[in-house]
Design a protein. Structure first.
Length: 80
C-alpha cells in the first residue's frame, strides 16, 4: 500500500510540474505576442515619421524651386 501512495505522490508532483510549466509557457507566449505587437506599432510609427519627413522635404524643394524661378524671372526682366 505504501508503494501505491508513494507512486501517487510522485505522479502528483509530476502533474504539478507539468501544470506549472504549461502556465509558464502560456505566459511566455502572451509576452512574446505582446512584444511582437509593440514592435509592429513602433515600425508603423517610424514609417509614418519617415513619410512625414519626406513630405516636408518635398514641400521645401518645391518652395526652393519657386523662389529660384521667381528670382530668375526678375533678373530676366532687368534685361528687357
Amino acid at each position: 500500500m505504501r508503494e501505491v501512495t508513494d507512486a501517487n505522490e510522485t505522479v502528483g508532483i509530476g502533474v504539478s510540474r507539468v501544470e506549472n510549466q504549461a502556465d509558464f509557457m502560456d505566459k511566455l507566449a502572451a509576452v512574446k505576442a505582446k512584444a511582437a505587437a509593440e514592435l509592429v506599432d513602433v515600425n508603423l510609427e517610424e514609417e509614418a515619421a519617415q513619410k512625414d519627413a519626406l513630405v516636408v522635404r518635398q514641400q521645401l524643394a518645391i518652395e526652393v524651386l519657386s523662389i529660384a524661378n521667381s528670382s530668375y524671372a526678375t533678373i530676366l526682366r532687368l534685361f528687357d
